[in-house]
Ligand binder design. Sequence first.
Ligand SMILES: NC(=O)c1ccc[n+]([C@@H]2O[C@H](COP(=O)([O-])OP(=O)(O)OC[C@H]3O[C@@H](n4cnc5c(N)ncnc54)[C@H](OP(=O)(O)O)[C@@H]3O)[C@@H](O)[C@H]2O)c1
Length: 314
Amino acid sequence: MSEAFGFREFGGPQVQDFFDRPDPVPSPAEVLIRVTVAAVNPLDHKLRSGVVPQFYGDRPFPQVFGAEAAGVVLAVGADVEGLDVGDTVFGCTLSGAGTYAGTTVLLGTNTARKPEGLRDDWAATIPVAGTSALNAVDQLDLPSGATILVNGVGGGVGLLTAQVARDRGLHVIGTGSTAKRTLAEAVGATFVDYTEGQVVARVRELAPDGVDGVVDLVGGASLRTVAPLVRDPKKVVSVADPAVAELGGEMVHRRVDRADLERVAALMVEGRLDPYIVRTYPLSQAPEALALVESGHALGKVVIDLTGGTASEG
Ligand SMILES: NC(=O)c1ccc[n+]([C@@H]2O[C@H](COP(=O)([O-])OP(=O)(O)OC[C@H]3O[C@@H](n4cnc5c(N)ncnc54)[C@H](OP(=O)(O)O)[C@@H]3O)[C@@H](O)[C@H]2O)c1
């Protein structure tokens, strides 16, 4: 049994609750872990709001928030290869078991051993945010020296995307609100503050012939504004909005397999990628952590420490 934070039905923050949950029983394809750190993603509040009710099928309520975590393996399903009890790991709960809880189950194929030298909180940001950044930049497949626009550069996926792109020798232009400038510039992006207006004109000043690729993390009207800035419409990818297909681009094909988890982890261990965890909350403050991400204007990554720590910044 462990304490968990989740929701009793689809709805707004008023349906959220803490409750005790029996340790989930791993299927043959899963591992049971003691969660050390869970990362917070927009997916968490989107699932609570019921905007993607099909995501986990007809999983019974109450449901537990969270899709990515780091932790220690307590039990291993019969079909899981390459993971043992006692391993420190990080991965995804694609079954919807949630990660804002003392224990959860992760799918073995979407879980990797944490390499030496990688912090648990950094590892917890890899399965959703880290691999999204990797998959997006991989998909654009641009040569060194090309210019990429990261729309929404200051959030969890945006800062990681900018770093993966820079690591491949790409020039990065990033859009965000004023508070995102410092971190965007710290990761090497040329920052365009959308609150000042004139986003298109400003990007055209920086890239008069247009950009070579766009990674969109915002969607909607913002995506429609920046998409025409790319020379080849096929080089617009989004993780946020399937309507990108109407503009000639495509959604990022997500894999979240063990090989990608290990690739992102290696970049972090080698000092080439920082998830920029700006706030760490204890489980008791999970509502505040989620509200910050639900504001739509989070800076970097927000994580929840399940080991009994207190709230901290930076
Ligand atoms: N399909 C997948 O597998 C997958 C995986 C990961 C994420 N996602 C989706 O990708 C999106 C981004 O995720 P995330 O974790 O990076 O979210 P996040 O941490 O909340 O960051 C989103 C960022 O976008 C910025 N933003 C909002 N409006 C903007 C605008 N008009 N122009 C430029 N920037 C704007 C926000 O702050 P400011 O406005 O203050 O700059 C914020 O920094 C979410 O919709 C998420 O659900 C999908």
